[in-house]
Design a protein around this ligand. Structure first.
Ligand SMILES: [Zn+2]
Length: 88
């Protein structure tokens, strides 16, 4: 049997962990780890990423990034993701 320790995001930050687990469901109903950096559900992030990479916009961004490397941490969705974390 696997035992899971529930972690608060602040504890994970203090320990320098990249991900933590609360045991609570996200808005989409996943019981999954969350990223310490932004509080986003890992399963949601994977779903969003797999959906996004099929879009025309993703293909445009990929071709643009080959010419201009990304600048700075996070991305365009970082603020939005933090907002949804606070709403829960
Ligand atoms: Zn989720």
């Amino acid at each position: 049997m696997i035992s899971v320790i529930a972690f608060a995001r602040e504890d994970a930050k203090a320990l320098g962990l990249k991900r933590f687990f609360t045991g609570e469901r996200c808005k989409q109903g996943h019981v999954a780890e969350r990223y310490t950096i932004n509080g986003c559900c890992v399963a949601c992030n994977l779903e969003r990423a797999s959906h996004y990479h099929k879009t025309e916009h993703a293909r445009e961004v990929k071709s643009r990034l080959r010419r201009e490397p990304r600048v700075g941490p996070g991305g365009a969705n970082e603020g939005a993701c933090q907002a949804s974390w606070r709403d829960q």
